[in-house]
Design a protein around this ligand. Structure first.
Ligand code: GDP
Ligand code: CA
Length: 347
């Protein structure tokens, strides 16, 4: 039995639920050393400087979820966190009144900022932070460059993504998104290598515009996806024509993409036509979209997409893995021998 090499492209909350599923699915297949098998490339477009510290919301969401210390009810931050420091910052009039920094979370940001100031790269900082817990995965930022997402509004107004998302709840109609400086950025060390050496690359059901979009916008990432021998399998964040939670529909509308499983597949594009996908998992609720997805040159796979508990997330991840890596009778992996075709499979 050989250890498979799986790469996941991921954002924050949706991304981390899926990554937990992938780790569980690998374990269920008998992979004990998932840290060697699973590499997660995380969006850093959400990152920001606030009150003198560097925040990496998506990186922290994935880290905390894998460590089992995330607040599952609230959906972000640390379990059992308090807000004493945040309260004090408000008294000083520092930071953003609409953006809560938990005390434990601030510990993370202080540690990270200290190491950045000592000269470590974001990749090195994340590697160091990953040592605290047995995450069972290797985490890489998409890039070491600071390319924080900016929301473009009419009248030449620009807001940091976090201000638009958290303060305005995405209510100000955007006309686009930008990651200033990304043209000159390069993928973080290990990203291109992991994609090139992968047996399968999975695109998590994360926000296609502001989570997966920035990862694909780092020069070199699309090229790595185009040339890897590994199949690229995506999971739709849209179920029954709606976003499951969050405001991804506003982001999609802003770039002229309809909120549907087929439209998001078309936005990513078929790999054979210069896009990124070989296969696309769509929900049973969207089964009617399978023909359209197949017509794009992307293999549609109809399967339950709800990640409402650990078992469902693991079953979804297994369906994504199975699209590329059928489980062998010994419980190990064998790479798929047949190429992508237009068959709709019910998992
Ligand atoms: P964020 O960075 O915290 O906004 O999280 P992500 O970008 O990683 O994921 C957000 C996306 O996850 C949303 O657009 C949702 O549609 C999607 N999502 C959330 N829960 C589920 C789920 O149970 N199943 C699927 N397929 N998508 C989900
Ligand atoms: Ca995010």
């Amino acid at each position: 039995m050989s250890t498979p090499r799986v790469v996941v492209l991921a954002g924050g909350v949706g991304g981390s639920k899926f990554v937990l599923g992938v780790r569980a699915a690998l374990r269920a297949r008998g992979v004990t050393d998932t840290a060697s098998a699973l590499t997660v490339v995380v969006n850093t477009g959400d990152d920001l400087w606030l009150s003198g510290v560097r925040l990496q919301p998506d990186v922290d969401s994935v880290t905390y979820a894998l460590a089992g210390v995330n607040d599952t009810e609230r959906g972000w931050g640390r379990q059992g966190d308090t807000e004493r420091v945040n309260h004090e910052l408000q008294e000083w009039g520092a930071g953003w009144p609409w953006f809560t920094l938990g005390d434990l979370d601030l510990g993370t940001h202080l540690a990270r900022t200290g190491w950045l100031r000592e000269g470590l790269t974001p990749t090195e900082v994340l590697e160091r932070m990953s040592r605290r817990w047995a995450l069972g995965a290797r985490l890489l930022p998409m890039t070491d460059a600071e390319v924080d997402t900016v929301v473009l509004l009419d009248g030449d107004r620009r807001l940091h993504f976090q201000e638009w998302w958290t303060r305005h709840r995405a209510a100000l109609a955007p006309i686009g998104f930008d990651n200033p400086g990304i043209e000159a950025a390069v993928p973080a060390p290990g990203v291109v290598e992991a994609i090139a050496a992968a047996d399968v690359v999975l695109v998590a059901p994360s926000n296609p515009v502001v989570s997966i979009g920035p990862i694909l916008a780092v020069p070199g990432v699309r090229e790595a996806l185009a040339t890897t021998p590994a199949p690229v399998v995506g999971v739709s964040p849209i179920i029954g024509g709606r976003v499951v939670r969050g405001m991804a529909d506003v982001c999609l509308s802003a770039i002229g993409v309809e909120t549907s499983a087929a439209a998001v597949a078309a936005h990513y594009g078929a790999r054979r036509d210069g896009g990124v996908l070989d296969a696309w998992l769509i929900a049973e609720e969207d089964e009617a979209a399978a023909t359209e997805v197949g017509g794009l040159g992307i293999r549609p796979l109809v399967t339950p997409l709800w990640m409402t508990d650990a078992a469902r997330s693991s079953a979804l991840a297994e369906a994504a893995l199975a699209a590329a890596l059928p489980a062998s009778r010994e419980g190990g992996f064998s790479p798929a021998t047949d190429g992508p075709d237009d068959v709709t499979t019910r998992a």
